[in-house]
Design a protein around this ligand. Structure first.
Ligand SMILES: C[S@@+](CC[C@H](N)C(=O)[O-])C[C@H]1O[C@@H](n2cnc3c(N)ncnc32)[C@H](O)[C@@H]1O
Length: 268
């Protein structure tokens, strides 16, 4: 990791602890906390060998490493240099080539990079101010017929748990159309970031406006983790942490992750 680098962004500051406290597999493609990976969900294109793939908001790029292991040619972007540094080391350890770049998804499209067969992103879009513009930028990086595979915060992720009566828990969403941003950092000298969930229709319409045809929408329910052995959890769940396991009762009550797969139709 470059010592000269200053942790200027929230993501730089949390990168090491995020990667240390989250188990993110490189042997499956993950979509979100406590969810099964692509081996079970089956959203990735069939043939990956030789495919050009672009990941945006990659963190350490475990999904790109997985795709590179399948023979794909991968570029991975993240706004945090610390995340990129960790990713580069991880890719070396996994003996695969991923071309990591420290840049914002808000700078897309980039004609110099050419067009991709797959543009994918997991839980990064919600941190961008203008999500429709970022989606348009991602779609413009796709070849016609290429796949956009997006996992992002479900609109119900903005809901707060509430107790109803004696034993039951429910979810309270005070304003679906203008949800309270999920603010992180912002205290004791930390930079702040916030995630904003889009209403379902706004997200779908932004993908369609970017020239894509939506062909799958998934709101996966986590598998029954409390009944599973640790070995089964490790085998089937590629993204988890102790903190996420504590939130399991909420994640089975309402979806946290929304997955959309779309096909690029036109040169929007
Ligand atoms: C919750 S983490 C998810 C990382 C990774 N996709 C994963 O599943 O582990 C969100 C990531 O989005 C990145 N990010 C936030 N804003 C970004 C932007 N404008 N452009 C690119 N990456 C961004 C952060 O640096 C962070 O690595």
């Amino acid at each position: 990791m470059g010592d000269a680098h200053k942790d200027t962004t929230y993501w730089d500051r949390v990168a090491v602890s995020y990667q240390r406290h989250t188990r993110i597999a490189t042997t499956d493609f993950h979509y979100g906390p406590l969810l099964e990976g692509d081996r079970l969900l089956g959203l990735l294109p069939d043939r990956l060998k030789g495919r050009r793939c672009l990941e945006v908001g990659c963190g350490a790029g475990q999904n790109s490493i997985y795709l590179a292991r399948k023979g794909a040619r991968c570029i991975a972007f993240d706004v945090s240099q610390r995340q990129i540094d960790i990713g580069e080391r991880l890719a070396r350890r996994c003996r695969v080539m991923v071309d990591y770049r420290c840049r914002s998804m808000e700078t897309l499209p980039d004609n110099k990079l050419g067009r991709f067969d797959l543009v994918h992103s997991v839980h990064a879009l919600a941190f961008v101010r203008d999500q429709a513009a970022a989606l348009l930028g991602m779609a413009r990086m796709l070849k016609n017929g290429g796949i956009l595979l997006l996992a992002t915060s479900h609109p119900l992720a903005a809901a707060e748990p509430v107790r109803i009566g004696h034993r039951r828990m429910g979810m309270l969403l005070t304003d679906y159309y203008h949800p309270e941003p999920d603010r992180r950092g912002g205290r004791r000298g930390w930079p702040e970031v916030c995630a904003v969930t889009l209403p379902f229709g706004d997200l779908m319409n932004a993908i369609v406006a970017a020239g894509c045809r939506i062909d799958r929408i998934e709101e996966p329910e986590p598998p029954p983790i409390p009944e599973m052995s640790e070995a089964a959890v490790r085998r089937s769940i590629p993204y988890e942490s102790r903190a996420w396991r504590e939130r399991y009762p909420l994640l089975v009550a309402a979806p946290y992750t929304l997955i959309v797969r779309a096909v690029k139709l036109t040169a929007a």
